[in-house]
Every structure is written in C-alpha cells, then in structure tokens.
Design a protein around this ligand. Structure first.
Ligand code: ATP
Length: 581
C-alpha cells in the first residue's frame, strides 16, 4: 500500500484547470475549431431533408444541385476544421504532459529522503510513468473531445427539437438513459480506479524489488517467497481490474439499450406522423439522421467518461505529491523555517525517536556538536547509531525534542537548504549513467576539472579509468565496484562542501588499510568541517576529537578517546574487544 498521499477530487480539478489555463489560447483554439466542425456537421442532415422536401414539391435540378454543392462544401470545411483541431490538440496535450512530468520530477526530488525511501520505487515509478502518461493522453484527447462531444449532443438535440418536437422526445429518452447510467457509474468508479492504480503500483514494487535483489534472492534461496509475493500482487491487481471491468460491463449495457430504444421508437412514430401530415417526410428523414448522428458523440462521451475516471485516478496520484495541506508534508510536517540558521552549531536536545508503528529507539538524547570537531559515534549493534545519524542529517524528525542547526530545526529545512548544511553518506552509493565528470558534477554543477580531480585525489582515487573524467560509467560501460563507488560518493561530498558531514559506515566497503587512509585524507580535505563518523572500526574513534558511546538508545559516555579509555567504562571494553579481534 502506498505511503504517498493521493489528491482529492477538488485538488485534481483545480490542478487540471491551472494546467489548461497555462496554455489557454491553444485550448480555446482547439475548442473553437471543434465546435465549428460540429456545427458544420449539423448542416448535412438538414440540407438532405431540404433536398427531399424540394424534390417532393417539384424543385428544379438547379435547386437540388445548389443544395448538393452546399452540402459538399460544408462536409469539406468540416473535415479541414476537425483535422486542424486534432493536430493542435495533440500539440497542446504533449506540452501539458511534459509540464506534468517536469512538475512531478521536481516534486519527487523535493521529497524528504525518508518519505521517498518509505514510498518505495514501484509507487514513484508508476506515478512518473503510467500515471503521468495517462494524464497527458487525457489532456490531449479526452478533455477537448469530451467538451466537443457534449456541444455536439446539445446542438443535435436542439436541431431535432426544432425540426420535430415529438420525434425529438425519442432522442431525449436516449440521453436520459445515458445520464442515469453515467450517474450510477461515476459514483462507483473513482474508488475502483484508485484501487486499480494502487494495485498496479504495488505489483511494480514487488517485481522491481525482486529484480533488484536477484542475487540476494538467488543466494538465500528466496525464490519461492518472492514468487508467492508476486502471485499475491498479481491476484490483487486481478481483483481490482475485475471490479472496474464489472462496472464497465454494466454501464455499457445500459448505454446500448438506451441507443437502441430511440432507434426503435423513431421509425414507427415518424411513419405515423408523416401519414397524418403532422411532419413532412423531409423532417422525419432529417430527425432520423440526426438521431443516428447523436449516437457517435454520445458514444464518445461514454467512452471518454470511462477513460476520464481512470486518468482522474492517475492525476490524483500525480497531484498527491504537490506541496499542500493534504499532500506530502514538507519534511514530515510544518512549514519550512523562514530564517537561515544563525551559525553551524548542531544541537540535539531531549530527542526521542520511534520508527513508524514501533517503540522508542532513542530515549532522550542530548548532544552539542562543536563546529569543526570530529565526533565518532560508537556502540553495539542496534544501539541507535544509524538512527542518530539520520536525525543529525535531517532525514528523520524526532518524535519529541529537537535537532537544530544554528537554532533552526534541521528536519524542517527543504532538501536544497538542508543539503547546504549537512550531508549524510552511507554505504549505499548510486553511480548514475553518464561520465565520471557528470557523476561528480551532480554535487557541484559549476566545478572545473581541476576541482573534480582534487576531490578524487582527496579520497585516494586511482586515476586508472581509460578516459579519465570522460569515462562512461554504468552497467553497459565501465562498472565501478562497491569500494570505488564509495570513493566516488565521498568525492561528491567534498565537492558539495557542507559544513557538517555524517558518515555512516561510509568507508565500510574499503579494506581496512584503504579505509583508514581514505578517512585521514578525507579529514584533511574537510578541515574546518564538522564530521560525525558512525564507527564500526574503532580506529575512527581513536582518530576523532570526541567519542559518543551509545547503548540501548542512550548516550552513556562522551569525551576524547584517551579519557574514555582511562575511565575504563563500556568504551574501554569495546576498544579492548575490537583490538583483540
Ligand atoms: N527502518 C526501521 N524500522 C523499524 N525499526 C528500525 C529501523 N531501523 C532500525 N530500527 C530499529 O532501531 C533500533 C536502532 O537501530 P540502528 O540501526 O539505529 O542501530 P545501530 O546502532 O546503527 O545498529 P547497527 O550497528 O547494527 O547498524 C534497533 O532496535 C533497530 O531494530
């Protein structure tokens, strides 16, 4: 189930109107051309009726030719107007779809890291691909066509009622049947389509998790378990699809009966009225032709309403990421602080933290970091080191208490402002498709080659790639192993140049000698920065200015390595155990 919000119907409507307004002139032109084409289409049956009546009253061939020529002209101009409308609608739709995608990308990038992590790749991918495409296609095809078909139906009904009110009543019966059927359908279809889209995203999540973890699945023999998870996701998607299919089947059945009803009624009624001279033969033929014509736009409306329901559900998922009260909390709730931090000092005061639906794992932590110091955080597995690191980097927000930088809550800062203050480096490193230079410039778009090379030197990078900074990286080009990807991530940090850095096992993939060398080189490159190193290898603690010792989510000792060692408490035990190992 998605942890990301879904926009309400009202928010979707507002967003759609804003999107149309942004390209209002193009939309208006498309509408105007379509309406012109629809009006020209009305001329056909009317002119045909006139021709029949003229022939019945003994008109000349010249009269009939003129009417026939007019009919041809109307048809030709109608085709041209409809073609141009379709062309412009496609351009409008593609521009709007591009806007939706760009907006979505910005919003996903602005998501708090913890929110994006919990959302899962499947949901985000589905919103960025299938959902955005559905919105674009609706704006391109469905929205203008729906308005035009609606106008066509109104025009045709108006024409029928003008020609013969009695016969026109048959047309109204059709519209009434369709209106009632649509009301029934629309009430039920939004939740059904939302469930369908969520199930599809869930299936994508399961499949991508299995594919990404293929090696682990293979190594641990988890194939059966993943298959079961896949089957469950497929079954959920199947159930959701069946529900929407059932709604469509019932809806279309009502629609088809409504169409047939008017056709069945109009012919005998028309014959009787002509026999009694209540309407002319021409009027009866024109009405019957109009009634046949009304089927097409009504049919479009029905199909478009159906696809509109599906894409409104898609748009609700895309719009759910918009900043606003009902959507993604800006850094887990609350507006971004208005002022900049007064200084670089990070303070942890009375912090308690619990993962969603779990117990507290940090129990009232206090810690004042001195700007420019190197602090090592040590403690047994599960003591809360990583959690503290994530709080110090503003990834998580404390349940109670505060983590501030220069007096401003860290987790309240928008990602861009936050990353200028603190950067978290973990064991998970992503190498982006592109050159080594591209991969480094993500952290500092304006950096020149000299700066990039200096950052690589600082992390002990061996300059042995075939094309240096121009080397293409990625699965199909040069692949970096875990250790080199880690060095690349550290070089990015040097380029990003935040005043505080949280390293959570950031050198764990390097062999011990390289790790120590890299950490020292990094320390030299980061002189003057505050560095919080979450340490498994205690040489990190040995090299640090102060060591914070955690146990069961509490700070049990804080001070320089020598003092803690001399005090002979839990840190001394940890140190001796590590040295012996
Ligand atoms: N995503 C999570 N959801 C729920 N509980 C979690 C999550 N991550 C950690 N925990 C729990 O929080 C507590 C502290 O975990 P944390 O990872 O911060 O400890 P740690 O000292 O870094 O451990 P390690 O050295 O093994 O990485 C543990 O009880 C752990 O089970």
């Amino acid at each position: 189930m998605s942890t990301l919000p879904i926009a309400t119907t009202r928010q979707v409507r507002r967003a759609a109107v804003a999107l149309v307004r942004a390209d209002g002139r193009a939309f208006a032109t498309v509408l105007a051309l379509n309406v012109a084409a629809a009006l020209l289409g009305l001329a056909g049956p009317w002119l045909l009726g006139r021709i029949i009546d003229r022939v019945a009253t003994g008109a000349t061939t010249g009269d009939v030719d003129r009417l026939g020529l007019l009919l041809l002209c109307c048809a030709a101009v109608q085709i041209l107007a409809a073609r141009q409308a379709r062309y412009l609608a496609h351009r409008f739709g593609e521009r709007s779809a591009a806007k939706v995608r760009e907006q979505l990308l910005d919003r996903v990038l602005a998501l708090p890291a913890a929110t994006a992590e919990r959302a899962g790749t499947g949901d985000l991918t589905a919103r960025g691909t299938a959902d955005s495409t559905a919105v674009g296609e609706t704006l391109r095809d469905a929205a203008p066509e729906l308005l035009v078909s609606g106008a066509q139906v109104l025009f045709i009904l108006g024409a029928i009622l003008t020609v013969s009110p009695l016969l026109g009543a048959c047309g109204l019966l059709t519209v009434l049947g369709i209106a009632l059927g649509s009301r029934w359908y629309l009430r039920r279809s939004r939740p059904a389509y939302l469930a369908d889209r969520a199930a599809t995203a869930g299936l994508a999540e399961v499949l991508s998790a299995t594919a990404n973890g293929a090696r682990t699945v293979d190594a641990l023999g988890l194939g059966g378990q993943r298959l079961a998870a896949g089957r469950e996701a497929v079954a959920t998607t199947h159930r959701a699809r069946l529900r929407t299919l059932y709604l469509r089947l019932r809806y279309f059945a009502v629609i088809n009966v409504s169409y047939t009803l008017s056709g069945v009624l109009v012919l005998p009624l028309g014959a009787v009225l002509v026999a009694h001279h209540t309407v002319t033969l021409g009027a009866a033929v024109a009405t019957s032709l109009y009634l046949q014509r009304v089927v097409d736009p009504l049919d479009s409306i029905v199909v478009l309403l159906e696809s509109l329901q599906s894409s409104t559900a898609a748009y609700a998922r895309v719009e759910g990421l918009a900043p606003g009260p009902a959507s993604v909390p800006a850094q887990a709730g609350g507006p971004a602080p208005a002022h900049e931090p007064a200084d670089d000092r990070i303070r942890v005061a009375g912090v308690r933290y619990a993962y969603p639906d779990g117990p507290d794992v940090l129990h009232g932590l206090d810690l004042d970091l001195r700007p420019g110091e190197r602090l090592a955080v040590v403690g047994p597995s599960g003591s809360g080191k990583t959690t503290l690191g994530r709080l110090l980097a503003g990834v998580e927000r404390p349940r109670t208490g505060s983590v501030t930088v220069g007096g401003v809550p860290l987790a309240g800062l928008p990602p861009e402002r936050l990353r200028r203050q603190v950067v978290l480096v973990t064991q998970e490193h992503h190498v982006f498709l592109g050159t080594l230079r591209d991969n480094l410039r993500i952290a500092a778009p304006g950096a020149d080659d000299a700066a990039l090379t200096a950052a690589l030197d600082a992390v002990g990078w061996q300059h042995d790639l075939p094309d240096g900074l121009d080397t293409e990286l990625g699965p199909a080009a040069t692949r970096l192993d875990g250790a080199r990807a880690q060095q690349l991530a550290l070089a990015r940090v040097i380029l990003a140049d935040p005043h505080t850095l949280v390293l959570d096992e950031a050198t764990a993939l390097l062999d011990p000698a390289t790790a120590r060398h890299t950490e020292r080189a990094l320390a030299a490159a980061l002189t003057g920065r505050t560095v919080i190193a979450i340490a498994h290898r205690l040489h990190t603690a040995h090299d640090a200015d102060r060591v914070a010792v955690l146990a069961h989510g509490r700070l049990t000792a804080l001070g320089p390595h020598r003092e803690l060692l001399a005090a002979g408490g839990p840190y001394a035990d940890l140190w001796h155990t590590w040295r012996t190992a």
